[in-house]
Design a protein around this ligand. Structure first.
Ligand SMILES: Nc1ncnc2c1ncn2[C@@H]1O[C@H](COP(=O)(O)OP(=O)(O)OP(=O)(O)O)[C@@H](O)[C@H]1O
Length: 991
């Protein structure tokens, strides 16, 4: 049964507003085997094996918009990933594409790319948008593009576009307060054309020694943006509509692709990169390249689209990248901000039910706030490095990408000047315009009323002259001093205006009279007085004004000076606070790094130090007491030591004795076993000897029978001779039978044997004697060979001997010490082997004796045989032809031969055969095992001896250390007493 379990994440909301694409870069050695699985018929899926999990539970399968593998071109990626965003931004929407993945997985390659066909997504997007804008402008629309470029390096926002802008505007500081729409308005009026030539895309490593273009730029005194670039620390703000923006970030108006590429190239030159173990040119910062497109269709509303193109710095496992120092700090910042991004994405998952989204945890998440869960179309390009070694990083990238699919955005069109129904900025503008109009209306209304009522006009004129008069019910004017003047109605409206303007202009005399022509004398007089007063007052005022002016100038001068001081103080204050915040930031980072890397160690060290300190305090306080205690303890310890060493010695002695006893018992057991077997085998051998003796007796009996038969034969032959002689002498009467003529014997012969039988038997006997002679020879040879073999065997090791001496065969072997042959003379020379019982001399002697006996018998026997041989003996000669004494001697010799030589030969043959007998072999084996046992006993003895030597050396050492430690105890007579242990040990352990 297949137990393979795959974690499937391919489900989910296909309409989610964040689209996720995956791109696998080419592997360096094409070794992607066994980790990834792609589905040619379903390019949305990718399967990956979890390297940390069990074979059966380690598979994860994900589903995204599309999974691009290493052979996908930049153009194909652009078509799928970016094309929709170009449409969005030109339709007034916010949108965002961000590349996420481990370091070296191809984020920067994808976003910025290289040159030509390998150019990345950003250049392609720019090309598209610029083309669209040109087309719109040609068709009568108003469309413009503004870009900005920033990086977040160690949680510090730095402007990568400002340097370009400064260069563009002649090196001076740039007005950063402009809004995109204002720039847009300006662009309609004037166009800059002398931008830098575009450079090919490059990312210079600022740490390299040779003076790169960036170095040139950084050293350029005229470009403050480059000079201050490293210390830039921009802030993120939020407008009334809750859109986040970077305060003071350079907004660069552009119209051509080459302009944009110049901005990008200059920015990339400045961007923080460095070579790491994993990536030769590793981005150490996140970059955000923003394209703003503002447009108004003919007669339509202005809309504003924004596209953020984000190249994140790659996450890295510090363990793998082995970053240290500044690289470590950078890596920590990168990882922290990416973790914050992960938290935001997690919190935006509707299933999490989280009300708080931690955008403010890092600058990155704050900046992407609008793109994640806000008013934006967003796409994530997850890049992976598909080699088995980075499988866990790829898995975590895919898991992050999968979580992003849960985020819901709500994109909507941005209106640059919205109609009321859209509220927002447009509405506010409208409201303020209405207010202005209202004020204007009120002003014009009051002017109209003034124009219609002459009294009011007079009042106004008087007011201008500084006189607060009141119009009474009857139309007359009451002055502040109580005087009542006639109605101004007497003056025509035109005249009144003239009076007012003449008064205000200081016209007097005849001219004034002309003006006052037709007015009442009273009024004329009053106006005359007033005019006079006004003149004087004006005179005074002028003087005062002049004084005032002088004072003002003085004040302005002082103020200017003060302001200058305050400004410089402010600047230095700002500088200081900036440095302070940087230092604080650095300190914080350092502390965090220290805490992360060494925090635990430091804490441990501190607590360890404190422990040691307190221990030392306690020790110092307790020194006097401990001195006393130590002296006592020392004495006690010495005693205890002596006691222990004595106990140890005794224990060791006992153990040794126990071992010795054990060995003795073991030896005894083996000995008993050996004796038991030896006894058993001796009994078997005794039985064998007994059997042998029985056999020998039987043989002797047979020989005796032969002897008796021979004697019988002799008697027969004698009788035969007598009979034969009788026949030849005709003493016997012959009769004819079927077998021929037979004598008629009157006397009964011996037994009932006929002559033929007697003769045949006699001849047979002679034949037998010859055979015996031959046989004896053969036996003798065989015996010689057998004895030599036995001697050879004996050379190799002893066996219990079967001694055959005299007429009796006896077993002379005995167990144990009695194994030695009891009959061996003490003066006999020792054999070359250990085994005395097989000594050559007695055997040899025996053998030689036997041979001599045989040869003597043989001589006699050969004589006999010669006598009996067919050639030498005339068989026709009747035996009874021999003299009786000679015949007897011959028979005796024959008997002697049979009983001695023949029986000995038989014995030898038996002995020769016995040398290969099983029992003898068994006895030999017993001898072998006895010898090996003896050898093992000898070995044990050696071991015991070694043990004893070791023990003695231990004793000697113990003795020496005792002697060194203190004076030996003195005997009663004051002499040093020799330590007993050694003596005891020696005597106790003597083997
Ligand atoms: N699809 C690809 N085809 C060819 N080369 C690629 C591809 N992707 C990446 N590379 C090469 O791999 C190397 C690392 O890529 P890149 O610098 O883009 O990685 P990165 O993800 O931006 O790394 P970091 O986060 O460290 O900046 C570069 O030399 C790049 O040219």
């Amino acid at each position: 049964m297949d137990h393979h379990v795959t974690n499937d994440y391919t489900g989910g909301d296909s309409t989610s507003s964040i689209k996720v694409f995956v791109r696998g870069r080419p592997a360096d050695d094409n070794d992607t085997a066994g980790v990834y699985k792609l589905f040619p018929n379903d390019p949305k899926k990718i399967q990956i094996k979890d390297p940390t999990k069990d074979e059966n539970y380690g598979d994860h399968i994900f589903g995204f918009e599309h999974v691009f593998w290493s052979d996908t071109s930049q153009g194909e990626i652009y078509e799928s990933v970016c094309q929709p965003h170009v449409t969005h931004v030109l339709s007034g929407y916010n949108s965002c594409i961000f590349a996420y993945g481990q370091t070296g997985s191809g984020k920067t390659y994808s976003m910025f790319g290289e040159s030509g066909e390998n150019r990345g997504l950003i250049p392609r997007v720019v090309e598209s948008i610029v083309g669209e804008i040109e087309a719109k402008n040609k068709s009568g629309g108003e469309c413009a593009m503004v870009v900005s470029f920033l990086e977040i390096y160690c949680d510090q926002i730095r402007d990568l576009g400002k340097a370009y802008l400064e260069q563009m505007e002649g090196g001076g500081p740039v007005d950063m307060t402009s809004k995109t729409s204002e720039i847009f308005e300006r662009m309609q009026l004037t166009r800059q054309s002398s931008f830098n030539r575009p450079r090919t895309m490059s990312r210079a490593d600022s740490s390299q020694g040779n003076l790169s273009q960036t170095d040139e730029l950084k050293n350029s005194p005229s470009n403050s943006a480059i000079r201050d670039w490293k210390t830039m620390h921009y802030e993120i703000h939020e407008d009334l509509d809750q859109n986040v923006f970077v305060k003071d970030l350079a907004l660069i108006p552009v119209t051509t692709v080459s302009e944009v590429m110049a901005v990008i190239n200059q920015g990339l030159e400045l961007r923080a990169t460095h070579e790491t173990k994993i990536n030769e040119v590793s981005s150490r910062s996140h970059t955000v390249f923003t394209i703003n497109v503002v447009q108004r269709e003919r007669g339509g509303e202005a809309i504003k689209g924004m596209l953020n193109l984000v190249d994140l710095a790659g996450s890295e496992r510090i363990k793998k990248s082995e970053s240290s120092g500044l690289r470590l700090k950078e890596a920590l910042h990168i990882n922290t901000s990416l973790t914050a991004l992960g938290k935001v994405v997690l919190a935006l998952d509707p299933s999490q039910n989280t009300s708080h989204i931690p955008y403010r945890d890092s600058k990155l998440t704050r900046l992407l706030q609008n793109s994640l869960g806000g008013n934006s179309y967003t796409t994530l390009l997850a890049t992976i490095h598909p080699v088995p070694g980075y499988a866990d990083e790829s898995l975590s990238t895919l898991q992050f990408a999968n979580r992003c699919r849960n985020v819901q955005n709500t994109p909507q069109v941005n209106y640059a000047s919205k109609p009321e129904k859209h509220g927002g900025e447009g509405g506010k503008q409208m409201r303020s315009e209405i207010e202005v109009l209202k004020k204007q209306l009120a002003a014009s209304q009051s002017q109209a009323s003034l124009a219609g009522d002459p009294n009011l006009r007079v009042l106004e004129v008087l007011k201008q002259l500084g006189i607060e008069a009141v119009v009474q019910e009857d139309g007359t004017l009451m002055m502040p001093d109580g005087r009542v003047l006639g109605s101004a109605l007497a003056l025509g409206p035109g005249q009144m205006d003239n009076v007012a303007s003449a008064a205000s202009l200081g016209i007097h005399g005849a001219d004034f009279d002309n003006v006052m022509d037709g007015a009442s004398a009273e009024l004329q007089e009053l106006v005359g007085d007033l005019t006079q007063q006004l003149k004087m007052t004006k005179q005074k005022l002028r003087v005062k004004k002049e004084d005032n002016e002088k004072m003002k100038n003085q004040l302005a001068e002082t103020q200017g000076q003060h302001q200058q001081v305050v400004l410089s103080m402010k600047r230095s204050n700002q500088q200081l606070s900036h440095e302070l915040s940087q230092k604080a930031q650095k300190l914080e980072d350092l502390q965090r790094i220290m805490k992360e890397t060494h925090g635990q160690q430091i804490d441990e060290l501190v607590s360890h130090n404190q422990k040691i300190l307190s221990q030392q305090h306690a020790m110092i306080n307790s020194i006097p007491n401990s001195l006393m205690v130590n002296t006592t303890l020392l004495a006690d310890a010495r005693k205890a030591n002596e006691k222990i060493s004595l106990e140890e010695r005794l224990k060791f002695g006992k153990e040794l004795k126990a071992i010795e006893f054990g060995r003795t018992v073991e030896i005894e057991n083996i000995k008993q076993q050996y004796e038991f077997w030896l006894n058993k085998k001796q009994k078997e051998a005794e039985k064998f000897v007994a059997d042998f003796n029985t056999y020998r007796m039987k043989k002797n009996n047979t020989l005796a029978e032969y002897e008796a038969e021979l004697l019988k034969l002799y008697n027969y032959s004698t009788s035969m001779r007598t009979i034969l002689r009788g026949i030849s002498e005709g003493s016997y009467q012959m009769r004819k039978t079927r077998r021929g003529y037979v004598p008629v014997i009157r006397e009964q012969p011996v037994d009932c044997l006929d002559d033929h039988n007697v003769l045949g038997r006699t001849l047979k006997l002679v034949q037998k004697t010859n055979d015996a002679q031959q046989h004896e020879k053969a036996i003798r040879n065989r015996a010689t060979v057998a004895l030599m073999n036995v001697a050879d065997v004996m050379e190799g090791g002893g066996v219990t001997a079967l001694g055959l001496s005299g007429k009796e065969a006896t077993l002379t072997g005995a167990p144990g010490a009695s194994l030695r042959r009891s009959g061996r003379p003490s003066t006999a020379p020792r054999s070359r082997t250990n085994n005395d019982i097989w000594n050559a001399p007695p055997q040899q002697q025996q053998f030689d004796d036997d041979l001599n006996t045989i040869s003597s018998h043989t001589t006699r026997a050969s004589k006999v045989s010669t006598a009996f041989s067919e050639e030498d003996v005339d068989l026709s000669t009747p035996l009874d032809g021999l003299p009786a004494n000679e015949l007897k001697e011959t028979v005796l010799e024959l008997r002697d031969y049979i009983s001695n030589s023949l029986s000995k030969a038989v014995k030898r043959q038996v002995m020769a055969e016995l040398s290969n007998h099983d029992t003898v072999n068994y006895i030999k084996e017993l001898e072998d095992s006895r010898d090996s046992y003896q050898a093992s006993v000898r070995e044990q003895a050696h071991k015991l001896k070694d043990l004893r030597i070791a023990y003695e050396s231990l004793q000697r050492r113990a003795l020496k250390s005792q002697t060194r430690k203190g004076a030996r105890p003195k005997s009663s007579n004051g002499n040093r007493v020799r330590p007993q242990s050694a003596a005891v040990g020696r005597s106790d352990l003597a083997f």
